[in-house]
Design a protein around this ligand. Structure first.
Ligand code: CA
Length: 430
């Protein structure tokens, strides 16, 4: 009896000695591991790891986040987001969510805008005049709230497993050495899309904001983030002028001579155009840049651009794709001078999507692929692409002119498939 009581007491003591939830590891000073993709080139990527104690912040609202970001200054800093921050909220203490009507100015209204630039009456000229001017002024007011510049030597992380930043566009412009991790970034919603009469030949709507936009950014590590439109799915938007009135642009766009980027263990979910690497065929300054590694990411219900690449040497390995049932366009976009090296990626697709649908080329010439799985079966994306498009387009060659050397362990597609399903996204840093 006595022995049993002791054992019970010891057991209780053991329980009491271990906290109910082990303290979450502080990831604020983590740096990119050696060799982990293109961002490990040269001096690697350390973000704000060198921050002194005065530049380590925990922020819980938009105003605190804006203060900590310090206008995109290069001072080493570590910013931890706790809980949910809505970037499209007022600066006053009540933190009320602003809506599009609060941003609108100059007499802008969607109804009047549609009436003014209806292609049947306005034609194909670029919109100009009072409604377009009002739209631009309104858009500038929204941008002031939701565009958050991230400067050099910054680490921005979520605290714990439920940090959310919504309604924001994080922009790393002409900056270097940045780490963004463990954050759920959702709904970079554009109140004021612009009608572009010549886009795609017959016109389309253009939205302004990416959840993350890298432009002229070097040495950037994006890890364990979740990127989505959660809250305002574009599928629910109406069409105007027979085009979907999209509210979101990219989830993570990498343009303007950005270079040396690693995107790992992240989730791209429920979105149209997920990731654009290189935004123009004529941006020849991107030549030799846009070197990006994408590994162990999940692309779930992404319509297109996962990624679409121009110019860049992109190493794409161990990613997992869940192709959407509706409106699917393609996954891998091979555009001007792109040199994508894809290995051991796993695709899952609904019945009507074929292997030939996964790759699309615009003026591309090469794609390396190996170890690809499609619904669990090995496939060769390149030979299927060339067979399917024979006669209509030029063949893609397998010679992309380089072999990746900066990378961690490359798993089989089958192993990666399971690991990514389990471990990619915010709140899942082991
Ligand atoms: Ca974009």
């Amino acid at each position: 009896m006595r022995g049993r009581q002791l054992a019970v007491a010891a057991g209780l003591l053991g329980v009491l000695c271990v906290p109910a939830h082990a303290e979450a590891r502080d990831i604020g000073r983590d740096t990119l591991p050696a060799n982990d993709g293109w961002a490990a080139e040269g001096a690697g990527t350390t973000g704000g790891a060198a921050a002194d104690a005065d530049h380590v912040y925990t922020v819980t609202d938009r105003a605190g986040l804006v203060r900590a970001l310090d206008g995109g200054s290069a001072t080493p800093k570590i910013i931890k987001i706790a809980g949910t921050i809505d970037a499209d909220a007022d600066t006053d203490d009540d933190g009320d969510r602003l809506d599009c009507a609060d941003h609108a100015t100059g007499g802008y209204s969607l109804k009047k805008y549609l009436a003014a630039y209806d292609p049947r009456t306005w034609g194909s000229a670029k919109p100009s005049g009072p409604q377009e001017e009002a739209r631009q002024a309104s858009a500038a007011r929204q941008a002031e709230r939701i565009v958050l510049p991230v400067g050099s030597n910054t680490t921005l992380v979520g605290l714990g497993d439920s940090a959310v930043l919504k309604g924001a566009s994080l922009q790393v412009k002409n900056a270097e050495n940045v780490i963004i991790r463990n954050l759920d970034l959702r709904d970079a919603y554009d109140c004021f899309p612009v009608w572009q009469p010549n886009t795609g030949g017959l016109g389309d709507w253009k939205t302004a904001y990416d959840n993350i936009w890298l432009s002229g950014a070097t040495h950037v590590w994006v890890d364990h983030v979740t990127l989505s439109d959660k809250g305002h799915p574009d599928a629910k938007e109406p069409t105007h002028f027979a085009r979907t009135y999209l509210r979101h642009d990219g989830l993570l766009d990498i343009t303007g001579g950005s270079d040396l980027v690693t995107v790992s263990w992240s989730r791209f979910a429920g979105h149209d155009k997920a990731m654009l690497i290189g935004n123009s065929d004529t941006a020849t300054g991107d030549r030799g840049k846009l070197r990006v590694t994408l590994h162990h990411n999940a692309f779930e219900s992404v319509v297109q651009r996962a990624p679409r690449v121009r110019f860049g040497q992109v190493h794409l390995y161990n990613n997992r794709y869940d192709i959407p049932g509706d409106d699917y366009r393609y996954s891998l976009g091979v555009s001007t001078e792109s040199r994508m090296y894809a290995e051991n990626n796993a695709f899952h697709a609904p019945g009507h999507v074929e292997v030939a649908d996964l790759v699309k080329s615009w003026n591309g010439s090469a794609l390396h692929q190996s170890g690809t799985l499609f619904d669990g079966y090995p496939v060769d994306l390149l030979s299927v692409y060339n067979a399917y498009n024979s006669g209509s387009e030029r063949d893609l060659t397998a010679d992309v002119g380089w072999t990746p050397t900066l990378h961690g362990r490359i798993d089989s597609a089958q192993e990666a498939d399971r690991a990514v399903a389990r471990g990619a996204g915010a709140g899942r840093i082991p």
